[in-house]
Write a protein that binds this ligand. Structure first.
Ligand SMILES: Cc1cc2nc3c(=O)[nH]c(=O)nc-3n(C[C@H](O)[C@H](O)[C@H](O)COP(=O)(O)O)c2cc1C
Length: 313
């Protein structure tokens, strides 16, 4: 492990290190307006939501370390107390990047980046028409970070007064991440695109208290085959399931263990193992993993009981 003390790492290096680990970050496409009426648009990945009742988000426009110049976005929101934030999709990636250029004060980046202004309801700043998700926000508070130490950060806390969502990203009335096609900022110049293949659902355990790693029987916890994720799944049962003797009955004329595992057919692999008399723990642990891969926790536990009959309750 390499350990960094931010106090002894030059700022540009610290920036890259920090933002590589605090990633992926959503990108706020922030539109603001000067008191003279000049509209401004710029991306900010120091951005997140911090509360939902009422909705509060924050952005972090920095003061330039090189020039000491403040961002137009920061100045405008301090002056007018208003902004809109639109989500950035892959389809507007290069337009977003254009809008990040340091155009002179007063430049309208909607025009520079060729994006559509949609009038907001509660603030005098438009949002990005191409975005499937936009918020109308008012400044709650600006926090200047460590100026006395030469710090360049700010946190602008913003209350959300309206949210606009395009119907095209809904499935059964809910926002579907697979339809949003969002991009996220990683460290250095890296980005990530949230394609449908990378999305998955994982319900929170809530009040369901899994038995936990510490209650996993020793031969399971020490398995060289089962991974941290496998053990996490096995430890999520509310209690060890009862042993089902019928599980050891050969149910099919299965192919070889390996063929069945490649075909993601754990029951077939188990039948092949039982038919050939291969009850070695590691073979059975591999088959248990395959059950877990199919979301079959009971199948996994029953297979592990065949490997270690003494652990069954
Ligand atoms: C994806 C992306 C994310 C960015 N995030 C931030 C950020 O969180 N804070 C910041 O100060 N600058 C950030 N920038 C740089 C600003 O967008 C850039 O300085 C811009 O010119 C500021 O515009 P303004 O002066 O019109 O507000 C980011 C740039 C990109 C491309």
């Amino acid at each position: 492990m390499i350990t960094y003390d931010p106090a002894s790492v030059p700022h540009p290096q610290m920036h890259g290190i920090l933002l590589s680990g605090v990633a992926p970050r959503p990108i706020a496409f922030v539109a603001s307006r000067s008191p003279q009426g000049d509209v401004n648009l710029a991306p900010f990945s120091f951005f997140n939501a911090f509360a939902s009742k009422p909705p509060v988000v924050a952005i972090g426009p920095a003061v330039s370390v090189r020039s000491g110049k403040v961002k137009d976005t920061w100045r405008n929101i301090l002056d007018t107390g208003e902004c809109t934030i639109s989500a950035v999709t892959y389809g507007m990636l290069h337009q977003m990047n254009l809008a990040a250029a340091e155009y002179p004060h007063g430049t309208d980046e909607f025009v520079k980046a060729g994006l559509t202004k949609v009038p907001a309801e509660t603030v005098g700043v438009p949002y990005v028409g191409e975005s499937p998700f936009a918020m109308e926000c008012r400044l709650i508070q600006n926090i200047e970070l460590f100026r006395e130490e030469g710090g360049n950060g700010n946190i602008m806390l913003l209350r959300v007064h309206r949210i606009h969502v395009k119907e095209s990203v809904l499935t059964d009335g809910k926002i579907d991440p697979r339809k949003m096609d969002l991009v996220a900022r990683m460290g250095y110049h890296w980005y990530a695109r949230v394609t449908p293949e990378v999305c998955f659902e994982l319900p929170q355990p809530g009040e369901k208290l899994g038995i936990g790693f510490d209650a996993l029987p020793e031969p399971i916890r020490r398995s060289p085959i089962l991974t941290g994720n496998d053990l996490g799944l096995l430890a999520s049962v509310l209690e060890l399931p009862a042993r089902d003797p019928s599980f050891a009955e050969i149910g099919s004329n299965a192919d070889s263990i390996e063929h069945e595992l490649i075909a993601s057919n754990p029951r077939g692999a188990l039948d092949a193992a039982l038919r050939t008399g291969d009850r070695s723990p590691w073979t059975l642990h591999r088959i248990a993993r395959a059950f877990l891969g199919r979301g079959d926790l009971i199948g996994a536990w029953q297979t592990l009981y065949l490997a270690h009959p003494e652990i069954a309750p």
